[in-house]
Design a protein around this ligand. Structure first.
Ligand code: ZN
Ligand code: ZN
Length: 375
């Protein structure tokens, strides 16, 4: 493996972060790299800004899919890198530049050393939103090339380089965005009786939403309802006609997600009646849980314990969201965390993952895929 080449690739990708379904330069860069590989047993298809590459196995009994997400985030980079983002207001702050690089490293190996099973490399757009996994899975590509198993990783700033962490069953939570728009009747600050004040209604609603987790969710289950933004009104002496409440919901079970949403809808109806206004709820991007297949995860964990220099940690589930969950809803598989040792977390504009983790992941995935396709 040419590690310095992969680091170069990662830095080049880091400089061109693009948002969901706008990953045109990224797709171009990836295709240029993939087209330079020996093509004898590769087949390449594109879908929107995504790419799917099939590696034909020598004697396949199954197809194993590996998914890398390719989008960046809308934020201004503040790292100390000399190879910072050249796209103002956009940054690879979730490590998808590493995810792509690792996929290219593994693909490079198997383009030269033909595997026994078929492999499918999936470069998926729009993980951060509006969500690329679900529409991509619905394309003809996945009718023709249906993996029997899926694997993906996500970088983990909190673990040292050389660490892999995962668990059987639930790894990431169910998540949903939440946008509530309230509309009443604005007016003069001194004539409240002629208006329907949406600042007051919105404030009540935010307070009421706090009762869902404390009073409606089973204490032995877990959920989060966070309101991160409120906007409303135009001026200090005008009663606000509109208010907008923006937040996120996280739950450990699909049932709790449904329950939380039902309660939000009921409370919003109450606000409409109580404050004589109208309201709309938009759940924005919804990600289903990442649920690791028990048998495949156990096998991978045992392999990791016994067959490499990687440290394995059995982690707990996290309240983060990942649209890889949609792949796992249809195809058994698992996701794991890859330690990259950064003091700054995911979605922090100072995130500087340690690039040595690229070699760790590429080597481990190559070993695992060889093992898996020969057993
Ligand atoms: Zn992210
Ligand atoms: Zn991510």
């Amino acid at each position: 493996m040419d590690v310095s080449k992969l680091i170069e690739v990662r830095r080049a990708l880091h400089q061109i972060p693009e948002l969901g379904f706008e990953e045109v330069k990224t797709q171009g860069f990836l295709l240029e790299y993939i087209n330079q590989l020996p093509q004898t047993h590769l087949e390449i298809k594109t879908w929107k800004t995504g790419i799917v590459v099939k590696v034909q196995g020598s004697d396949p009994v199954r197809m194993i899919g590996y998914r890398a997400d390719i989008d960046g985030l809308p934020m201004d980079e503040e790292t100390s890198y000399p190879f910072r983002s050249t796209h103002p207001g956009k940054m690879h702050a979730c490590g998808h530049d590493l995810h792509m690089t690792i996929a290219l490293g593994v693909l490079t190996h198997f383009s030269k050393a033909q595997p026994k099973d078929n492999l499918l490399f999936i470069f998926q757009p729009a993980e951060e939103g509006p969500g690329g996994a679900q529409p991509m899975l619905a394309t003809d590509i996945f009718k023709k090339w249906r993996p029997d198993q899926m694997v993906a990783l996500h970088i983990a700033p909190e673990y040292p380089v050389g660490t892999i962490a995962t668990r059987e069953g639930l790894l990431f939570a169910n998540t949903s965005e939440l946008f509530i728009d309230l509309k009443g009747q604005g007016g003069h600050a001194a004539y409240p009786h002629t208006t329907r004040d949406m600042i007051v209604a919105g404030a009540h609603l935010v307070t009421q939403l706090q009762s869902i987790v404390s009073r409606n969710v089973d204490p032995l289950d877990s959920a989060v309802v966070t309101i991160g933004k409120i906007t409303g009104g135009t001026k200090q002496n005008i009663i606000a006609e509109k208010a907008r409440i923006e937040g996120t919901i996280r739950t450990l079970s699909i049932e709790s997600m449904q329950k939380v949403k039902q309660r939000i809808e009921a409370l919003v109806k109450g606000i409409e009646a109580g404050f004589e206004c109208s309201a709309t709820i938009d759940y924005g991007a919804n990600y289903c849980q990442v649920y690791n297949d028990q048998e495949l995860t156990r096998e991978f964990m045992n392999f990791t314990r016994n067959h490499s220099k990687v440290d394995l940690i059995e982690c707990t589930e996290a309240m983060t969201g990942e649209d890889f969950g949609y792949f796992l809803e249809e195809i058994p598989g698992f996701m794991f965390w890859l330690g990259v040792n950064s003091p700054y977390g995911l979605h922090d504009n100072r995130l500087e993952p340690n690039e040595q983790a690229i070699e760790v992941a590429v080597t481990h995935l190559i070993d695992y895929l060889h093992y898996k396709s020969e057993n």
